[in-house]
Design a protein around this ligand. Structure first.
Ligand SMILES: Nc1nc2c(ncn2[C@@H]2O[C@H](COP(=O)(O)OP(=O)(O)OP(=O)(O)O)[C@@H](O)[C@H]2O)c(=O)[nH]1
Length: 306
């Protein structure tokens, strides 16, 4: 974080995006920011890291906290994620609950989030997402009304994070809601997520895209080494931790073909993102129960005793 001189009349604040897994939080954040920060995947519960995206809108700086999915905690890791999600929401100036408008009934996770909001006495805005999937406007309005009867949202936005519909309105409204104060980040800062972590997220996204079923859920990626070279290139070593031997075999693929594809995809995205040459090396290791190991949480900023 850098101290930035504050021009008079500036605003700055935090916005927490909360919502059930798959509601579209990452997609929305990327749409709001206009650049790729958090990872998007069609599978649920992929967001493990609290990513902060920052945008400037007029005189306002809006710092977004993309919280991990809030769901019924089962494993220790899940409990830590729920805790982190609520910590993010508690400290925020505004909370936006994102709900998938294409579902006929409110899902269990959104129900729990609303119950939590009621309990804590916090206000929230509602963003009904994926309106592109709802053909009839009356259906959409009826869903918005039902939700507003369930909880008195301060405002309701109908958006499509995928098409960009309604995003400018939401952004402008949030900008006006930010408290007066100096900007906390320099204008060109996109994210305060450390590059090492961001690089691991890029590889994890590629793993999600390349493997099916339970394999991607059981793994984690860590950036172990980062070497900057004089010619401007960077060498990055990452380890992919899997839970079982057979998962390791799947991740590697026949003759290492599968992992090579992941490596190529991740490397070229990292090069585009950082605008420099990247030499990416991936290692696959078996580590049972990595998700019960507190050491693994630290890079994500998650608490162990959740
Ligand atoms: N049609 C449509 N699909 C969307 C929209 N927004 C998100 N999606 C899709 O919904 C899925 C989930 O989106 P994510 O942004 O990963 O959802 P998330 O809430 O961040 O999910 P977690 O990381 O599990 O918490 C992806 O396949 C997105 O492409 C939208 O406005 N319209």
């Amino acid at each position: 974080m850098t101290d930035t001189a504050a021009p008079a009349g500036t605003r700055c604040g935090y916005v927490a995006l909360v919502g059930a897994p798959n509601a579209g939080k990452s997609t929305l954040m990327n749409a709001l920011i206009g650049g790729k920060v958090s990872i998007v995947s069609p599978k649920v519960q992929t967001t493990r890291t609290r990513v902060t995206g920052i945008i400037a809108e007029g005189d306002s700086q809006i710092i977004f906290v993309d919280t991990p999915g809030i769901f019924v905690p089962k494993r220790r890791l899940d409990r830590a994620m729920v805790r982190a999600a609520w910590d993010g929401a508690k400290d925020a100036d505004r909370i936006v609950l994102l709900v998938d408008a294409s579902q006929a009934r409110l899902d269990e996770d959104s129900e729990r989030i609303i119950a939590e909001l009621e309990k804590s006495g916090q206000t929230a805005m509602l963003a009904l997402n994926k309106i592109d999937l709802v053909k009839h406007r009356e259906v959409l309005l009826a869903r918005a009304q039902a939700l507003n009867e369930r909880f008195p949202f301060t405002r309701i936005f109908m958006i499509s994070a995928a098409t960009g519909d309604g995003i400018a309105d939401l952004r402008a409204h949030l900008a006006g809601e930010m408290p007066e104060g100096p900007w906390l980040y320099p204008e060109d800062e996109m994210t305060d997520m450390p590059l090492r972590l961001l690089a691991a997220e890029v590889t994890r996204e590629k793993l999600f895209l390349n493997y099916h079923q339970e394999v991607p859920y059981g793994l984690t990626v860590e950036t172990e080494k980062w070497e900057d070279f004089k010619d401007g290139s960077v060498k990055i070593d990452q380890t992919i931790y899997v839970q079982r031997d057979n998962h390791k075999a799947i991740v590697l693929g026949k003759g290492g073909q599968a992992i090579r594809r992941v490596r190529e995809q991740s490397q070229s995205e990292l090069e585009a993102m950082m605008e420099r040459k990247v030499h990416l090396f991936l290692f696959v290791k078996v580590r049972e129960s990595w998700d019960e190991d507190p050491e693994r949480f630290k890079p994500w900023g998650l608490e162990w005793n959740a």
